[in-house]
Design a protein around this ligand. Structure first.
Ligand SMILES: O=C(CO)[C@H](O)[C@H](O)COP(=O)(O)O
Length: 223
């Protein structure tokens, strides 16, 4: 179990894009800690979402941190632009470039929290030499690209190992993909403290349901 604060980060990938500003406002009021922003390029992952102009357009709908997950390759040419568009943390994939340390330095140079993400098949050894350069480690618990997938059980042990590897460092351990009220407790006990959830919160896109869903996830993660 982690000693770091539990954070629930609804993924706007599952929001109603036609009402994106209102959806962000709704999850803010419903108790979201972070707004998880999934940026996809149709190249690093087989889906395309949105980029900096959309992020900038919705920035004013909440004061909560934008937790920006770049599923793009290369990422470096866009780091400054996402910082300017309103990102608070920027996470790049270890698999997305040959110079991960340089990417992390670029994020820090923008004054943003630096994160690194690893896909389910990527070993933790890919990030062990940048542990002192990151604020956040994102362990993907599905193959990135689409919401609504099922949590890959083998990633649970990776979360456990990541928690041990992080040790006393002030690094958030985030999981993304297939997080539900039924599995979040086990993932929290494995050591994760930041939980991205798309369909578990946005299913049906009814803002009246968001607060109870976020509260249920938080309660299940903390017990
Ligand atoms: O990064 C993602 C997909 O690449 C999404 O954040 C993730 O899939 C969340 O959606 P869900 O909770 O529905 O699995």
């Amino acid at each position: 179990m982690t000693t770091r604060p539990i954070r629930i980060a609804p993924s706007i990938l599952s929001a109603d894009f036609a009402r994106l500003g209102a959806e962000i406002e709704a999850i803010d009021k419903a108790g979201a800690d972070y707004i998880h922003v999934d940026v996809m390029d149709g190249h690093f992952v087989p889906n395309i979402t949105f980029g900096m102009p959309v992020m900038a357009a919705v920035r004013s709908y909440t004061a909560k941190p934008f937790d920006t997950h770049l599923m793009i390759a290369p990422a470096d040419p866009y780091i400054a632009a996402f910082a300017k568009a309103g990102a608070d943390s920027i996470t790049v994939h270890a698999e997305a470039g040959q110079h991960l340390h340089r990417s992390l330095q670029a994020i820090k140079a923008e004054g943003k929290r630096a994160g690194v993400a690893i896909n389910p098949a990527t070993p933790l050894s890919a990030i062990e030499h940048v542990l002192d350069d990151i604020d956040l480690l994102l362990v993907m618990t599905i193959n990135p690209g689409f919401g609504g997938q099922t949590f890959i059980p083998a990633t649970l042990d990776k979360v456990r190992q990541a928690h041990a590897l992080i040790g006393a460092r002030p690094i958030d351990l985030e999981v993304d993909g297939g997080v539900t009220v039924d599995n979040i407790g086990e993932i929290a006990r494995a050591g994760a403290n930041v939980f991205v959830a798309g369909s578990s919160i946005f299913a049906g896109n009814d803002p009246a349901t968001y607060a109870s869903r976020i509260a249920a996830l938080r309660a299940a993660a903390t017990h």
